[in-house]
Design a protein around this ligand. Sequence first.
Ligand SMILES: *Cc1c(COP(=O)(O)O)cnc(C)c1O
Length: 380
Amino acid sequence: MTVGSLRDAHLRIDLGALQHNIRAQKAQLPANSHILAVVKANAYGCGLDQVAHAALRAGVDGFCVAILDEALDLRNQGINDLALVLGITPVKFARRAAENGVSLAVGSVQWLKEYQELAQKYHIKQPLRVHLALDTGMGRIGFTDVQEFAEAVKLVEAPEFDFEGIFTHFATADSADQDYFHQQFARWQEFMAVVPDKPKYCHVANSAVGMWHHDEIVGNTVRMGMSMYGGNPSGRELQPTLALRPVMSLAARLTFVKQLRAGQSIGYGKTYTAKQDEWIGTLPIGYADGYSRAMQGFYVLINGQRCEIVGRICMDEMMVRLPEKLPEGTLAVFLGWSGDQTITTNDIADYSGTINYEVMTRMSRRLHRQYITKGQGFRY
Ligand SMILES: *Cc1c(COP(=O)(O)O)cnc(C)c1O
């Protein structure tokens, strides 16, 4: 994968802000609680290696990832702390998890039995670290039946397994309406009633639970995702209860500036025509960098002023209308602060019909990630 380090376009990742957010969450939890940093999808686009090391320095107890490959990437980074794969891993790959001390989410008795057979057949020495996943209403993965779950709890006592955790995931913890959250929570308690000896990690909390339900939940662990990156897991519905600092910002410098005469047009499909003479700047970021083509008509910030994105966004470039003639090399902010103006991931999400999670994770690998440790959320 080519990384664009020889163009003036940078995704800045403020690791100091990340560490601030982790400490803010920690301060709100009872002593002896655990924080697992959720670093799936290249750490929400921020970069797995740097984020993982910074999170460890801020005192997290381990990591959650989506797929086994991501956990092995952590191991290749020399990180041997807890690494839990949140999705279901095919049994045929589970040996790699056992051999690398990676923890797997398991949601059926059949999976456990198939793995046990495999482990015996191949004489796998290391016990597989298991977190039993409960579907209390998310409808994605996990045990739905208390009887089957009780059977699994017995099965994981076998020497092939190291029973390390139980978890569930809430569908509406980020919503003002709390009814469904409480239904799911009641279901969690029905499941937990059949577990005589609780494993080390019993976890129900994503960022939203950590933020809006931290005083009412049992469980001793927060799986901290969006809030660690300084985003609001609720979008705009609920206000954050933590003083979060945004970790990600995006800026680029004008590569070309020209005057457009009234009646001349811009870009593919000539969707924008100048009504009067105006100055147009070109920026070296396009939809292949993860800045959605749907952002046409939105704006970037130059010297604290909004400059409209005019014409279609191209794969690798886009054009903006400038307030006046500006020198090539002038900085334009796509995400973050400029003067007293700011553009947030929510602003971009609202405009392009998605959520802040997608805005962050779609930032492509081609964008050079520049790591800073200022801690304030970066101001250009
Ligand atoms: C992604 C994920 C999280 C983290 O969610 P945030 O809203 O970013 O905190 C936690 N738990 C599970 C099971 C997940 O899939």
